[in-house]
Structures are given as structure tokens and as C-alpha cells.
Design a protein around this ligand. Structure first.
Ligand code: NAP
Length: 327
């Protein structure tokens, strides 16, 4: 496992990390979470991603109990959580980054995670109605109080990120250091175009999500939606259009000869492709069972095999033209 600096900060994250969206509580109980987190940690993963909204707070509870059982030295791993959507249907508590919500939010997350602090705290989405200055001050205070060490953004626009950085610089506050955007073979446009100046000019890091497009890039949906997969879960019907899209599936199938040549699986190839981007600090992997963790962690060994010629062949499959939109 290699470790990469989170942008130009001093902290280093494993290039492959592990997140709990969809899986913890819904597909994985504490025992399964312990097993998967241990497999990831043993492979060198030092960063575990969560969010208050995942499974309505239960995902943090599962991870917190798993961490207690695993009893790792706290300095040896990083935990993140994210705040925005909230847990209660109420004014000031939904879809907001206001000061009250952020501070109450981190307190609730720390309780559920049974931790004194998280290493990274993300604003899970931008809030168009709260002044960015209010959010920056609240995140700064949370860091000053020792409840988080670094903060970041998720799916903010480049302009919003730059605004937050500049407010923080103006007032000598803790700046956001990392964005958490979607990035995979099928969704790369925003990462590769809009954010580029933010990485280059501000040294912003990235922890990227859904590297397998919710499993589509494993090849498991090539013949329909298999039972036991994310696509078959109750409440995830909104993924069906994408998981059964003929043009996307044809592209996934076209990866098979390349993965065969390289002696790896399609999943490992798709993850390794993400690792090749130098602006990616960490690829957050997801898994519903431990075998997937074992398979996915080997993507680190596949990445060095992706020569410029292989990358070009992959680009041809995904018909990447400059300035083209995703999908
Ligand atoms: N900031 C954000 O807004 C945001 C949004 C989404 C995710 N995230 C973060 O990013 C993490 C990863 O996202 P993701 O879970 O969508 O990642 P993903 O890699 O796109 O999908 C992971 C899912 O694909 C299937 N899978 C994974 N490896 C497999 C393998 N080797 N063979 C077969 N199936 C495999 C599993 O689902 P099944 O076995 O159930 O099919 C697994 O849960 C999340 O846990 C979360 O921490 C952040």
C-alpha cells in the first residue's frame, strides 16, 4: 500500500481507503464490519470514511463499535465523517451547514463513533443559503476545540471551495484541505476539468467516491441485477437505470480483455485506473463482504501495470474526448 499526502497538508492517507455508505447496518452488522475493516487495515488502509446520514446514524454506530472491538492504536488510523443532510426533519436541521447544526452534528457523530475526535470532517454538500463565512468559522472552531483535525468539502463547486479557502486565509482560520468528489471511469468530467485549478493553485487533496460506480464497474451487472447486490436492495431502485444501461454495460464488457491480459479482475482494473490520477489522494472503496475487500486491495499491485498504451485503450473504450460530458 502506498500513502499519499492529502493535498499539500502534512497528513498521509492510504491510496486505497474504506467507506461504509450503503453497507454498514444495511448489509453488514458489527461482526462483518470488524472483519472487513480488519482486512482493509491489514492490507495497509489507514483511512475509514463515514457520514452522519449513512443508515440514519447507524453506520457510525456500527463503525464505532467495530473500532472498539478492533482496539487499534488511535494514531494508526484516520476516521472521517460528513455533515449536511441531518437526521431530523426540522427547520435548521436539514440540508444545512449553519453553525448550530455543524456543532451539534459533530457532537452527535463523536458519540455514535465513540471517539474523542474525527481526523477529517467534511461538509457533505454545499449549502446555498448559509453564508460560506459562517460555515468556515464553525469548522475552524470545531478544529480548535479538538473535535476534528482537518476539514474538507464534498461535491462543492470549485468556486465555492476557492471562496472558503480565501475566507479562511483572510481571517487566519483553518482552511479546508480536501474535496470528496465522485470519480470513476464513467464519471470523470467534473474531477478532471472543473477541479483542476483547485488542485494546482491551492494544493487541494481529494478522496474520491464510488470508484466502481456502485458496482457497475465490477462486471456483476452484465447479465442483469444479481440478487444480493446493491442494485437489488430495497430503496436503491434509483440506481437501476444506470446499472442496466446498455451502453455503459458494453463499455464494462470491453474492459474484460484488458483485465485478462493484465491477469486481474475488472474491478481491480477500474480501481487501479483511479489510482493512476496523481490528483487522487485516496480511492475510497466500498464492500459488502470481506472477499471484495481482499480483491479490491490488490488494485494497488495492478496500478503499476497500467502503461500509457493501456490507459489509451481504456480511454478509447470510454470514448473520452476533451470537454465531453460524462455518461
Ligand atoms: N461524499 C459523498 O457524497 C459520497 C457518496 C457515495 C459514497 N461515498 C463514500 O465512498 C465510499 C465508496 O462508495 P461506493 O460504496 O459507492 O463504492 P463503489 O466501489 O462504487 O461500490 C461499492 C459496492 O460495489 C460492490 N463491490 C465492491 N467491490 C466489489 C467486488 N470486488 N466484486 C463485486 N462487487 C463489488 C459492493 O456492493 P454489493 O456487493 O452490494 O453489490 C460494494 O458495496 C462509500 O462507502 C462512502 O464512504 C461518499
Amino acid at each position: 500500500m502506498e500513502y499519499r499526502h492529502l493535498g499539500k497538508s502534512g497528513i498521509q492517507v492510504s491510496e486505497l481507503s474504506f467507506g461504509s455508505w450503503v453497507t454498514f447496518h444495511n448489509q453488514a452488522d458489527v461482526n462483518a464490519a470488524v472483519e472487513m475493516m480488519a482486512a482493509a487495515y491489514d492490507a495497509g488502509v489507514n483511512f475509514f470514511d463515514n457520514a452522519e446520514v449513512y443508515a440514519g446514524g447507524k453506520s457510525e454506530e456500527v463503525m464505532g463499535t467495530a473500532l472498539k472491538q478492533l482496539n487499534w492504536r488511535r494514531g494508526s488510523y484516520l476516521v472521517s465523517t460528513k455533515i449536511y443532510w441531518g437526521l431530523h426533519e426540522n427547520v435548521n436541521e436539514r440540508n444545512t451547514l449553519n453553525r448550530k447544526r455543524l456543532i451539534e452534528g459533530i457532537n452527535g457523530s463523536l458519540q455514535r463513533l465513540q471517539l474523542e475526535y474525527v481526523d477529517l470532517l467534511y461538509c457533505h454538500r454545499p449549502d446555498k443559503t448559509t453564508p460560506i463565512e459562517e460555515t468556515v468559522w464553525a469548522m475552524h472552531n470545531i478544529i480548535e476545540w479538538g473535535k476534528a483535525f482537518y476539514w474538507g468539502t464534498s461535491e462543492w463547486s470549485a468556486a465555492e471551495i476557492v471562496a472558503a479557502i480565501e475566507i479562511a486565509e483572510r481571517h487566519h482560520l483553518h482552511k479546508p484541505i480536501v474535496e470528496q468528489p465522485v470519480y470513476n471511469l464513467l464519471s470523470r468530467h467534473r474531477f478532471s476539468s472543473e477541479y483542476e485549478r483547485v488542485y494546482k493553485d491551492y494544493g487541494y487533496g481529494t478522496t474520491i467516491w464510488s470508484p466502481l460506480a456502485s458496482g457497475l464497474l465490477t462486471g456483476k451487472y452484465n447479465k442483469g441485477i444479481p440478487s444480493g447486490s446493491r442494485g437489488a436492495l430495497e430503496g436503491y431502485d434509483w440506481l437501476h437505470d444506470s446499472l442496466t444501461d446498455k451502453s455503459k454495460l458494453a463499455k464494462v464488457q470491453a474492459l474484460e480483455p484488458i483485465s485478462n491480459e493484465l491477469g486481474c479482475t475488472v474491478s481491480q482494473l477500474a480501481l487501479a485506473w483511479c489510482l493512476k490520477n496523481p490528483f487522487v489522494s485516496s480511492v475510497i472503496t466500498g464492500a459488502s463482504r470481506v472477499e471484495q475487500v481482499h480483491e479490491n486491495m490488490k488494485a494497488s499491485e495492478v496500478a503499476p501495470k497500467l502503461t500509457p498504451e493501456i490507459l489509451q485503450r481504456i480511454d478509447q473504450i470510454f470514448e473520452i474526448k476533451k470537454d465531453a460530458d460524462d455518461d
